[in-house]
Design a protein around this ligand. Structure first.
Ligand code: EPU
Length: 347
């Protein structure tokens, strides 16, 4: 384990923004982690834990220590004829865990295929796509208290999961290092194909779902056809969160904009079930309606196939991306009176 000074973070964030870290260190195993907690460079500096860097935007150099989670390993903890409990270390690539599951015929996370990032970052924002969220299969999260170095196991209900939200993003922000997660997956067919776009794709292509890999392949195809590959063009997936409104608000919108899309099927609105604001309006539609889709300003722009995604055409600064996001927030607010919230973390 070695500390590197003045480390270039450009390749460690999918936006491809140039920024430097005062100190940088990679964690390969749990022993490294114990060592890390004792280091003066760790104790005395601001800390940033990094996984795949797929949900952050660097605004400037990071004047502290960046810790890259490289903890690897996937194991089966328990298994019977109906389900399997698997534990994955946080430094595994999220999609590698999907491959592990679908190749063995396990059901539960296939709709989350190809989400960029690592396993350890997945609980932070309760990753979700195509009608499924991480919380649907998660059993617990293992995390180290960075002050005491003690390991704690958080049961699902202690994580306070919600739409793109968990306790680790809020009350416990920067207080814990997520080392591993445990999931319970089904060995019995449990398909979730209610998400409109997924259902339409399967019907159009006459795809019959025989196993979880079929769903994984379909989701991967849909994602590739509309989301830009961060290797080719810098981006962090959805830059904003979708918006949830009440029935009443939706009705009033529909009288002005009868074509406004909204979703209240379980697959889309379940994230907000129990709340009064349980109708989802796609933020991408609002942004598109304000004329932003495909627009480019200097080095940054709004992706031409998915208006929720901001892109770095090369050489952009965090400030440029933030400015663009602010212009979008302002125009959506003045047209619809709705305030977009960022999903990406500004550092
Ligand atoms: N739409 C537009 N314009 C666009 C794109 C979409 O009007 O440019 C409208 C359409 O009506 C479409 C609806 O938005 O039917 C939904 O579009 P889509 O299924 O592409 O999903 P989304 O709501 O825009 C969310 C997640 C994505 C996830 C997809 C699929 C958030 C913030 N984003 O996007 O997650 O892949 O659903 O489930 O919830 C991410 O978090 O980085 C991410 C990519």
């Amino acid at each position: 384990m070695k500390i590197i000074q003045n480390y270039d973070l450009k390749k460690l964030n999918t936006f491809g923004i140039s920024a430097r870290a005062k100190f940088f260190i990679e964690i390969q195993n749990e022993l490294d982690l114990k060592e890390l907690f004792k280091l003066p460079e760790f104790k005395d500096n601001e800390k940033l834990f990094l996984g795949g860097g797929s949900n952050i935007l660097f605004m400037k150099d990071f004047n502290g220590i960046v810790i890259l989670n490289k903890l690897k390993g996937i194991e089966i903890l328990e298994e019977n004829s109906e389900y399997v409990v698997i534990r994955s270390m946080g430094g595994e690539i999220w999609h590698d865990l999907i491959i592990f599951a679908v190749n063995r015929g396990y059901w539960g996370i296939e709709n989350l295929s190809l989400i960029p990032g690592t396993v350890g970052a997945a609980p932070m924002q309760n990753i979700g796509a195509y009608g499924v969220e991480l919380k649907d299969t998660l059993e617990n999260v293992e995390a180290y208290d960075i002050k005491t170095g003690e390991k704690r196991i958080f049961k699902k209900n202690e994580c306070k999961f919600d739409y793109r939200y968990s306790i680790f993003k809020d009350e416990l922000k920067s207080k814990y290092f997520i080392s591993a997660i445990t999931l319970k997956l089904s060995k019995i067919e449990k398909k979730n194909i209610n998400y409109k776009i997924l259902q339409e794709y399967l019907e159009k292509n006459k795809i019959e779902i025989k196993n979880s890999k079929d769903i994984s392949d379909a989701v991967a195809y849909i994602r590739k056809s509309k989301l830009p590959d961060p290797v080719l063009i810098g981006n962090a997936g959805s830059f904003f969160k979708n918006i949830f409104v009440t029935n009443e608000k939706m009705e009033s919108f529909l009288s002005t904009y009868p074509e406004m899309p909204y979703f209240k099927e379980p697959a889309d609105a379940k994230a907000m079930s129990g709340k009064e604001e349980n109708i989802k309006i796609p933020a991408s539609w609002l942004i598109e309606k304000c004329g932003w889709k495909g627009k480019r300003i200097g080095n940054v722009g709004v992706h031409e196939k998915q208006a929720l995604v901001l892109v770095n055409y090369g050489g952009a600064t965090g400030e440029e991306v933030k400015n663009l996001s602010e212009q979008i927030i302002t125009s959506v607010f003045s047209k619809f009176g709705l305030t977009l919230e960022r999903e990406v973390n500004l550092i």
